[in-house]
Design a protein around this ligand. Structure first.
Ligand SMILES: [Zn+2]
Length: 69
């Protein structure tokens, strides 16, 4: 995989990924496989990983709402 910005090689690293929820909360996920550009530090997450995260968010939706009150 090459960086879309500077075309330098990217390497895969497990980083925290912060998701902004619709209600304004942030959800921090640990150890998400992330591509990192060795030159400009641009990061990218595979589409398959994002799909997995969105699927997971759909299932914990009721959990985040129960925190409200
Ligand atoms: Zn780059």
């Amino acid at each position: 995989m090459k960086c879309p910005l500077c075309k330098a090689p990217m390497f895969e690293e497990e980083l925290a990924y912060v998701v902004q929820l619709e209600d304004g909360h942030e959800l921090r996920l640990e150890d998400v496989p992330t591509w990192v550009c060795e030159r400009c530090d641009h990061t990218a997450v595979d589409e398959a990983v994002i799909v997995t995260i969105e699927d997971m968010l759909a299932h914990i939706d009721s959990f985040s709402h129960s925190e409200e009150e």
